[in-house]
Write a protein that binds this ligand. Structure first.
Ligand code: ZN
Length: 149
C-alpha cells in the first residue's frame, strides 16, 4: 500500500550565497561581505585574497550596511520571457566601499524618479518557489522614505 507523502518542512533559501537570511526571530537579512585585514578593502561575498593589496590570508567576514546610495541605473524595457518590464537595474554603493548590482523597486521605473546619490535600502522578497516547495528569497533595494525625495 502506498504511503501518503508527508510534506517535509520547507525552507527559505537565498538566491545568492552572499545573501544572509535571518536564522532566528529578531534577526535581519543582510548582505555578507569580506574585508581585507591588511588594507581594509571590502568585497561583496567571500573572497580568497584581496584584489587591492594581494593579501592572501583569510579575509574577515563582515555584515554590509542595508543602506546605500544609488550610483547608476538603467531602465530595462526588454528582457527574457516571464520577466515583467520595465524594471530598474542599478548599481548601489554601500558605505563599506562595496558596489552591488541589484534591482530597484518601490518607485516608478521613470528616470525622473531616480537620481544618482539618492538613498536606498536593501530588503528581501520571495521571488520563486522551487520544486521542493522552498521559498527562494532575493534581495532588492528601494528608495528610503518611499522615494519622495
Ligand atoms: Zn588588501
Amino acid at each position: 500500500m502506498a504511503e501518503a507523502e508527508t510534506p517535509t518542512a520547507t525552507k527559505e533559501l537565498p538566491i545568492v550565497s552572499f545573501l544572509h537570511l535571518p536564522e532566528k526571530e529578531g534577526e535581519d537579512a543582510y548582505l555578507a561581505g569580506s574585508r581585507c585585514p591588511e588594507c581594509g578593502a571590502a568585497y561583496l561575498g567571500p573572497r580568497m585574497a584581496c584584489g587591492r593589496c594581494f593579501h592572501a590570508e583569510a579575509l574577515e567576514d563582515i555584515q554590509l550596511s542595508k543602506q546605500g546610495k544609488l550610483h547608476v541605473f538603467s531602465i530595462v524595457h526588454q528582457s527574457v520571457p516571464g520577466v515583467p518590464v520595465p524594471y530598474i537595474a542599478a548599481i548601489v554603493d554601500l558605505p563599506e566601499g562595496v558596489s552591488v548590482r541589484c534591482n530597484i523597486e518601490g518607485v516608478e521605473p521613470d528616470p525622473k524618479q531616480l537620481k544618482s546619490g539618492m538613498p536606498v535600502e536593501m530588503y528581501t522578497e520571495k521571488v520563486h518557489t522551487d520544486r521542493d516547495g522552498n521559498d527562494i528569497i532575493a534581495f532588492k533595494f528601494r528608495p528610503v522614505n518611499g522615494g519622495s525625495n
